[in-house]
Design a protein around this ligand. Structure first.
Ligand SMILES: Cc1cc2nc3c(=O)[nH]c(=O)nc-3n(C[C@H](O)[C@H](O)[C@H](O)COP(=O)(O)O)c2cc1C
Length: 383
């Protein structure tokens, strides 16, 4: 299915290089990202009033300095009540956009590109942080009423309020407004958070969406909300700028949202202007056992990429340089997103340059930031 936004960039991104490796740049629409090592979005629970601060600057800047080619911010609320906690970052006003701008400017100064993940936490809204127990914060204690497609409780949290049609429209408008603010902040990419049991995922999954109106029931109805969100964002997000979506591509539950649904949705979203699917999984229900292990979600990225032709990012327990490079070389995915491994080892991309120096060539392998050149390891290349 080809629509006005499913332009040729994805073809050039996928087919211009015979065998890309971790350090092959990728062009999506008019954005060139210098390599395939990307920072996965990670909530820091360290903001006040949604404002990114010095913590967020230092956290994201360290990866730009260390040659991570693309940074995805933590999930950032499209509204105060779209957050999961009071400490989440947001992107619903110009003041926040201005604060983000300091971070995007620095990322750009280092040659990295940067995107913002837009989210509405839905059924998982209004809690404390993970290190405070992720307990519900009631409205009388400064929290808010969580909302979802249906009034089904998630784990220990109280049942959310089922959204009415006017509220759904309001949230779609919030997404559009946040995309405008993301442009003010000079982000290169917007990623829609459609994973992990948050609002969009809970519309998609038949496990959490029990609505009887035109937002529930059939596949067409359950996917209506995300398509309206994509359409609203594309009204204001320039055609030159890529739009990504992170999806829980499989619920790992019989009768839930499955990878085949994700592949079908990928084709439909491409026609609406989505360029890349960031392939995560799970999170819509408690009590599910996940087969967690190295690269366990990579087959989803591979299957969706092959059947829909969308660009994909693979994520989840990718830690080994050779394996990460294999994912790119074999065409399982177009990029790898690293989360916890980059927290443990922020120099991962610099070390990968050394490990892959024969593949990437001396020019690139020796290209450390000038300020860090003295720390560069000796390779076999005679320098
Ligand atoms: C501290 C932390 C915060 C996270 N926050 C987000 C988030 O804001 N948005 C999101 O989509 N995923 C979030 N995740 C999931 C990661 O992006 C990633 O998908 C997951 O950790 C698996 O990848 P990894 O094994 O490389 O860490 C978070 C994970 C961690 C550890």
């Amino acid at each position: 299915m080809e629509g006005p936004f499913a332009i040729n960039q994805r073809k050039s991104a996928r087919y211009s290089t015979c065998m890309p490796n971790l350090f092959t740049p990728i062009t999506i629409r008019e954005l060139e990202i210098p390599n395939r090592i990307w920072l996965s979005p990670m909530c820091m629970y360290s903001a006040t009033d949604g404002m990114p601060n010095d913590w967020h600057f230092a956290h994201l800047a360290q990866f730009a300095i260390r040659r991570v080619g693309f940074l995805m911010t933590e999930a950032s609320g499209i509204s105060p009540t779209g957050r999961s906690t009071l400490m989440d970052t947001g992107i619903w006003n110009l003041e926040q956009a201005k604060s983000w701008r300091r971070i995007t400017d620095f990322a750009h100064s280092q040659g990295s590109k940067i995107g913002i993940q837009l989210w509405h936490a839905g059924q998982k809204g209004s809690t404390t942080s993970p290190w405070q127990g992720q307990d519900y914060v009631a409205p009388e204690s400064g929290g808010w009423q969580a909302v979802a497609p249906s009034a089904l409780a998630f784990g220990k949290l109280p049942a959310p309020k089922a959204l009415d049609l006017e509220e759904i429209q309001g949230i779609i408008n919030d997404y559009r407004h946040s995309a405008r603010m993301a442009l003010e902040a000079n982000f290169d990419v917007v990623e829609i958070h459609g994973a992990h049991g948050y609002l969009i995922h809970s519309f998609l999954s038949p496990l959490s969406n029990k609505r009887e109106d035109h937002y529930g029931g059939s596949y067409e109805n359950r996917t209506r909300f995300v398509k309206e969100v994509v359409t609203a964002i594309r009204e204001v997000w320039p055609a030159s700028h890529p739009l990504f979506i992170r999806l829980s591509t499989d619920d790992w539950v019989e009768g839930g949202w499955r990878v085949g649904d994700s592949a079908r949705l990928a084709s439909e979203l491409m026609a609406l202007g989505v360029d890349l699917m960031d392939c995560s999984s799970g999170g819509v229900q408690t009590g599910v056992t996940y087969p967690v292990g190295p690269g366990y979600q990579v087959p989803f990225a591979k299957e969706i990429r092959a059947s829909s032709q969308i660009l994909t990012a693979a994520v989840g327990m990718i830690t080994d340089v050779a394996e990460a490079n294999r994912i790119i070389e074999s065409g399982d995915a177009d990029a790898v997103m690293l989360g916890r491994e980059l927290l443990r080892n922020p120099n991962w991309a610099l070390n990968a340059l050394s490990t892959l120096h024969e593949k990437v060539g001396e020019d690139l392998a020796t290209k450390w930031p000038n300020q860090y050149l003295n720390g560069r390891p000796k390779l076999k290349l005679g320098w």
